[in-house]
Design a protein around this ligand. Structure first.
Ligand SMILES: Cc1ncc(COP(=O)(O)O)c(C=O)c1O
Length: 366
C-alpha cells in the first residue's frame, strides 16, 4: 500500500503530482470571502475545479453559504461530505437524476437550475411523490448564448408557471457573464458586465413585480467577480476557481489580486539539447488548451509544447540549470481542465506535505 509521507519535503515527492500551496489557497479563499462581505453579496463558490468536500468546507468556514456544482453526482459528493446548501448550476434532466435529487433533499438542500418548464414539471412530480420540496433557479441568458431562457416575457412566464407548481419552490434567477471575462479593455469589460447583469436584475424585478418571490440573484465567475459583486441587485456570486488562481485568470481575465496556488511537480526526463529540457508531465497531467503552464520561479524558462506524456521547456542563458532527474514546479495554466486528470491533491505548507485530498468529485459525470 502507498505510504503517504506526511511532513515530507515537496521536492522529495514522486512525479508528476498535483500540488496545492495551502497558505496561498487559504489566503485566496479569505480574499474572495472578504470581497463578497465588503460588497454585501453572499458567496456560493463553484466547486467544479476542486471537486473536493474538504475544500468546500474550508470555503464555508471562511463565510461561503454553500457550494455550486455542475453535476448531480458532484452535488451528491458534496452532500455526502457535509455541505448542505448546494446549487446545481445546470439543467438536470431524466427521471433517474430527478429521483436522486429528491433523495438528496432528505440530507441536504439542493437548488436546481432550469430554463424550461419541461425540466421542472417532472422534478415537481417526483418531489410530490417523495414528499419533499426542492428549490429551483431560472437561468436567464444574459448574452453567453449557451443555455438560459430569454430575458423579459419568457422569463416571467416561466417564473409564473413554476410558481404554480407544488413540489418545487422558485428561489430566484441566475445568469453567467462568461462571454465577457476576457474583454481586454477594462473599462469596456466593466461596462459590458454591468449591462449584462442589469438584464438579470431587471428580470428579477419583473418577477417580483408580478408578486412572485425572487430571493436569489446569482451570477459571477472568477474572471468577473470583482465587477459583478458591485452590481446592485446581485445577491450571490458563483466565482470559485480563483481559490487556486491560474495564468488564464491572470493574463486573459486580468485578475491581479489572487496568487497561484496550484502546481504540478514534474521531473526532467530528457535534455535533448542545450536549449531544451523535457518533463514527465504532458496533456494527460495538465490541460494546456486554455493557457500553457508556466515554470514557477524561473521566468527565463518557457513551456513550449505538450504531447501526451511530455512537456517541453525552452531554456535560455538566464534559465536555472536543469539536469535529468531534477524536479521542476509548473503553475497550471487553467486549473479547471487539469484537476480532472488527477486522483488527488497534495497539500503543502512551508514546503512540507500536510494533507492528501482525494478529488472525490472527479469522474462524477452523471
Ligand atoms: C455557471 C457558471 N458559473 C460560474 C462559473 C465561474 O467559475 P470559476 O469562478 O471557477 O471560473 C462558470 C464557469 O464556467 C459557470 O459555468
Amino acid at each position: 500500500m502507498l505510504q503517504i509521507p506526511f511532513g515530507a519535503d515537496k521536492f522529495s515527492l514522486d512525479t508528476p503530482a498535483l500540488c496545492i500551496e495551502l497558505d496561498t489557497m487559504e489566503s485566496n479563499i479569505d480574499k474572495m470571502a472578504d470581497y463578497c462581505r465588503a460588497h454585501q453579496v453572499q458567496w456560493r463558490p463553484h466547486s467544479k475545479c476542486h471537486k473536493t468536500p474538504a475544500i468546500a468546507l474550508r470555503q464555508i468556514a471562511a463565510g461561503a453559504i454553500g457550494t455550486t456544482c455542475p453535476k448531480t453526482s458532484e452535488a451528491e459528493v458534496m452532500a455526502q461530505g457535509g455541505v448542505r446548501d448546494i446549487l446545481i448550476a445546470n439543467m438536470v434532466v431524466g427521471e433517474q437524476k430527478l429521483e436522486r435529487i429528491a433523495a438528496m433533499r432528505r440530507w441536504s438542500d439542493p437548488i436546481i437550475a432550469c430554463d424550461h418548464y419541461a425540466q421542472v414539471e417532472p422534478l415537481a412530480a417526483i418531489c410530490r411523490k417523495r414528499g419533499v420540496t426542492v428549490r429551483v433557479l431560472i437561468e436567464v441568458d444574459i448574452g453567453l448564448n449557451r443555455v438560459g431562457v430569454r430575458p423579459g416575457q419568457d422569463t416571467l412566464e416561466l417564473a409564473q408557471a413554476i410558481d404554480k407548481l407544488q413540489g418545487v419552490e422558485l428561489a430566484g434567477l441566475m445568469g453567467y457573464e462568461g462571454h465577457l471575462l476576457t474583454v481586454e479593455d477594462q473599462a469596456e469589460k466593466e461596462q459590458q458586465i454591468r449591462s449584462a447583469i442589469n438584464v438579470l436584475t431587471g428580470c428579477a424585478d419583473t418577477v417580483r413585480d408580478a408578486g412572485i418571490p425572487c430571493d436569489i440573484v446569482s451570477a459571477g465567475g472568477t474572471g468577473s467577480y470583482q465587477i459583478t459583486a458591485q452590481c446592485a441587485g446581485v445577491t450571490e456570486l458563483q466565482a470559485g476557481g480563483g481559490i487556486f488562481m491560474d495564468p488564464f485568470y491572470r493574463n486573459m481575465c486580468q485578475v491581479q489580486e489572487l496568487e497561484y496556488a496550484l502546481t504540478v511537480l514534474a521531473s526532467v526526463v530528457s535534455r535533448p539539447s542545450r536549449e531544451r529540457a523535457v518533463l514527465d508531465c504532458g496533456r494527460k497531467t495538465m490541460n494546456p488548451d486554455v493557457h500553457l503552464p508556466v515554470v514557477a520561479g524561473d521566468p527565463a524558462t518557457e513551456v513550449t509544447r505538450l504531447s501526451a506524456e511530455h512537456c517541453e521547456l525552452k531554456l535560455t542563458p538566464d534559465s536555472k540549470p536543469l539536469q535529468i532527474g531534477d524536479k521542476v514546479e509548473l503553475v497550471v495554466g487553467y486549473g479547471d481542465f487539469t484537476t480532472v486528470l488527477h486522483d488527488q491533491f497534495y497539500g503543502f505548507r512551508n514546503g512540507r506535505l500536510e494533507t492528501v485530498w482525494p478529488i472525490l468529485g472527479r469522474g462524477k459525470l452523471q
